[in-house]
Design a binder for this molecule. Structure first.
Ligand SMILES: NC(=O)c1ccc[n+]([C@@H]2O[C@H](COP(=O)([O-])OP(=O)(O)OC[C@H]3O[C@@H](n4cnc5c(N)ncnc54)[C@H](OP(=O)(O)O)[C@@H]3O)[C@@H](O)[C@H]2O)c1
Length: 298
């Protein structure tokens, strides 16, 4: 089958489509004929070699952690075994966690959904976000942020989300009160939430944790998925897979599928590329300004 892999670390141009053996599902797994799969920033961190000391990968490595496709006749979406850090950007993928694909999500939307649904659910659970809470999401317009906004709103939370000005209307459409990131954030958030915020999710990793901790009033009320200096600020860095990872929140897949069926959850897709144009997909992710999820079709 065709799969997206890299044989050496480097820029997006090291990506290539290779013929590799079809994978086979083990116990508790399913194999899907992939219709669409996601690109996440971790894919190009891995490809560039940024993590080569901390996470040594046997090369060549097939990328992609989530996909939607057909398994034994049924449309599903889900994630690979997270410790593998790949395998989904291919014609066939083995999933370790999945849910039926709701008709309300297209193949592209479902293909890029699972990783971010798992991440957002894991972090909202850890922060205890529920009805009546006010949650600030730093970096709300990207893959994780757009999903976290909607799942938090569905829990009954009030969400304030940061994004560049061009994304404010977009964020409002997802149910968040939008504001701009950067200097003066505390003042802008205070204007939107005079009673303060109960919890903060950092999806940006832009170095704003000191301000976010001050806004929350306690580092225990802040979780980041993107700032590797979290510990220096007393903040928890939540990860999926690998050493020190939090427990995966796979129940979130069924919750998101149910909400999609009720018209309360969608996956904004930033762009769709054929597998053969994966380098362009990686370059778009590398800009740090994709609006929603980047998707590959095998
Ligand atoms: N630990 C985990 O389990 C886990 C899981 C998934 C992802 N992650 C990490 O989480 C981060 C986000 O992932 P993603 O898939 O959401 O990325 P993404 O889709 O590439 O996010 C892009 C978004 O970031 C926003 N942004 C850029 N600069 C910003 C800033 N200074 N402040 C606030 N927002 C900013 C952009 O909004 P504007 O265009 O409006 O600026 C854009 O919409 C990445 O570092 C990724 O590796 C971690």
């Amino acid at each position: 089958m065709r799969a997206l892999q890299f044989d050496e670390y480097g820029p997006a141009s090291v990506l290539r489509i290779a013929e590799v053996p079809e994978p086979h599902a083990g116990p508790g797994q399913i194999r899907v004929a992939v219709r669409a799969s996601g690109v996440t920033p971790a894919d190009w961190y891995l490809r560039s070699g940024r993590f080569r000391d901390r996470i040594p990968l046997p090369l060549p490595h097939v990328l992609g952690v989530d996909a939607a496709g057909v398994a034994a006749g049924d449309p599903v979406f889900g994630m690979v075994e997270l410790a593998r850090l790949g395998g989904a950007n291919a014609e066939y993928a083995v999933l370790a966690a999945w849910a039926p694909k709701p008709p309300a999500l297209s193949w592209d939307q479902a293909g890029g959904a699972a990783g971010n649904v798992e991440t957002a659910t894991r972090v909202l659970d850890r922060l205890g976000v529920g009805a009546g809470a006010t949650l600030l999401i730093e970096g709300a317009a990207g893959g994780v942020g757009t999903v976290a906004v909607q799942l938090a709103v569905a829990r009954g939370a009030r969400v304030i989300g940061t994004a560049g000005g061009a994304n404010h209307e977009f964020l409002a459409g997802l149910g968040a009160a939008p504001t701009t990131y950067g200097p003066g954030l505390a003042r802008r958030v205070a204007a939107l939430a005079p009673g303060g915020v109960d919890a903060v999710l950092d999806c940006a990793g832009s170095g704003s944790l000191p301000e976010l901790v001050e806004l929350a009033g306690d580092p225990g009320r802040v979780v980041t998925v993107a700032d590797l200096n979290a510990a220096a600020h007393g903040v928890h860095l939540s990860r999926s897979g690998g050493p020190g990872a939090d427990t995966p929140a796979i129940a979130g897949l069924a919750v998101a599928a149910g909400l999609a069926g009720q018209g309360r959850f969608t996956v904004p897709v930033a762009a769709v590329f054929p597998l053969a144009e994966a380098a362009a997909a990686h370059r778009l992710s590398e800009t740090g300004h994709a609006r929603g999820k980047i998707v590959l079709r095998p």
